[in-house]
Design a protein around this ligand. Structure first.
Ligand SMILES: [Zn+2]
Ligand SMILES: [Zn+2]
Length: 479
């Protein structure tokens, strides 16, 4: 499936709009038409782009300043009350004083993490390193909001967008937004929340397709890609993850690998420092690039500066593409293949998602941890794997369609706790309590995010739903 996010982000973004009134910088409704029109007219014709019928909420996600500027570009505002931004910072509902203690350091001591056989960025501290476990959080109200939300969820790591993920262009960050972000990244001693660069993995725009051989479309994608990466650089972020792209049926996979590597090489020259992290994809056998390890390796092989390229493994995508993770043996075999075919030294991040679809089902349907076809055992293996130390481990699991600060954070906070809980259990205990824990967790999840009645799957089903709010269902594929 084309790379896109729905579970977390689309719902996310929808909620961003609905909940944004609780934030200080509420986006004006007027941007709706603008973003839709833009996305349509500039669609580059890839599957990704075609699917980019933006939910109105996209623009909600952009930087601090976006609201004000889009307002001036668009028709004269009908209600100017929305423009008045009460700049209360931080927003009271996200204030750091109300954050729970971070469930930071692993209860389970990972063997010899000092070796760092993965491609983690150098640690910012000499202290024992926590697992950088967290979630993909919203930047509604400005990028610094992501750090506040991560803090509120008890996360040590996080993912975020740097702009609307379904729009080609967003306004640049205001200096104030950058400063807030950089201040919050600092350690607690320095007045921040302690999110060093190795703990943040930005997710790129869904519109980007650098595998498309069409030159003008490639150029449009490249500009968006570079802009994403430049924004990371501005914020002091060093890890940028995106979906490699698709041949769109117009060229061979090898030609796509070359186009993608060309973009990586060029951006490495045009923007300093930021490491480009390629995400594995779900749709083996399609035009989508990066579903199998050898494809990721082929792209990396063409990158000139290999210190600035990594891979992010999405567990749902792995499973969908036929890489099993359900048992300790299957997990070990998948990771052995990764090391053999790509190399552990390239592992730069993980997207933690269970899968609603079967092994090798080629469907990108995220499910809450342990409640899908992968199951808790697979995630326990991952949490106990020393290879996972020092890299962002990011939940992109479905969250309820409630107000942003309530729904998302409630479910991710529970998942973070759960992952540490199962990590700490020894094998004997695990065998005894596995079923009990799963039952308990399923009930907890259902109480926060009750499973919805399944409509027929696929695009048609989504289209049949009421236009607008319900347009993208939880069943759509994800990031
Ligand atoms: Zn992902
Ligand atoms: Zn993704």
């Amino acid at each position: 499936m084309p790379p896109r996010r729905s579970t977390a982000s689309v719902i996310d973004t929808k909620r961003e709009r609905s909940s944004s009134s609780s934030l200080s910088d509420a986006p004006p409704t007027i941007t709706k038409t603008t973003s839709k029109a833009k996305a349509k007219s500039k669609s580059n014709g890839t599957k990704t782009a075609v699917k980019s019928k933006t939910t109105d909420a996209d623009d909600a996600i952009a930087g601090d300043d976006v609201e004000a500027k889009t307002e001036t570009e668009a028709e004269p505002p009908k209600k100017k009350a929305r423009v008045a931004k009460a700049k209360i910072w931080p927003p009271p509902e996200l204030a750091p004083e109300s954050h729970p203690a971070r469930h930071g350091y692993p209860i389970f001591t990972l063997p010899s993490t000092s070796k760092a056989s993965n491609g983690a960025l150098p640690p910012s501290t000499t202290e024992a390193r926590p697992m950088l476990l967290g979630a993909h959080v919203s930047i509604a109200g400005g990028p610094a909001g992501a750090l506040l939300r991560a803090g509120k969820a008890g996360a040590n790591g996080l993912a975020m967008f740097t702009k609307s993920q379904r729009q080609w262009k967003s306004n640049p960050f205001e200096p104030e937004a950058i400063e807030r972000f950089r201040n919050l990244m600092k350690s607690k001693e320095e007045g921040g929340l302690g999110y060093p660069p190795e703990s943040i993995l930005v997710h790129g725009s869904y519109l980007i397709n650098l595998g498309n051989p069409d030159e003008s479309k490639w150029n449009t994608s490249y500009e968006c890609f570079k802009d994403d990466i430049y924004r990371c650089h501005q914020l002091g972020i060093k890890l940028y993850n995106w979906h490699p792209g698709s041949t769109v049926g117009a060229c061979t996979k090898q030609e796509s690998f070359a186009s993608i590597a060309k973009a990586i090489n060029r951006v490495h020259k045009e923007v300093p420092e930021v490491v480009t992290v390629i995400e594995n994809m779900a749709n083996a056998g399609s035009n989508i690039v990066g579903t199998a390890f050898p494809e990721l390796a082929a792209i990396i092989g063409l990158v000139e500066d290999k210190t600035r390229v990594r891979v992010c493994l999405d567990t749902c995508h792995l499973f969908a593409a036929g890489y099993d993770l359900r048992t300790p043996e299957a997990y070990a075999e998948t990771m052995r293949k990764f090391d053999e075919e790509v190399g552990n030294g390239y592992l730069g991040g993980i997207h933690l998602n269970d899968s609603k679809a079967d092994l090798a089902g080629n469907k990108d349907l995220h499910e809450n941890i342990g409640l899908g076809k992968i199951g808790l055992t697979g995630f326990r293996c991952l949490m106990r794997d020393p290879l996972m130390s020092g890299i962002p481990l990011v939940l992109e699991t479905p969250a309820p369609e409630k107000a942003l600060e309530v729904g998302d954070l409630a479910i991710w906070m529970k998942e973070i706790k759960l992952l540490y809980e199962i990590q700490a259990m020894d094998d004997k205990d695990w065998i005894l309590k596995k079923v009990e824990i799963e039952d308990r967790w399923r009930k907890e999840r259902d109480s926060i995010n009750p499973p919805k009645e399944k409509a027929p799957k696929g695009k048609a089903a989504s289209k049949n739903k009421k236009k607008g709010k319900k347009e993208e269902s939880e069943d759509d594929d994800d990031e």
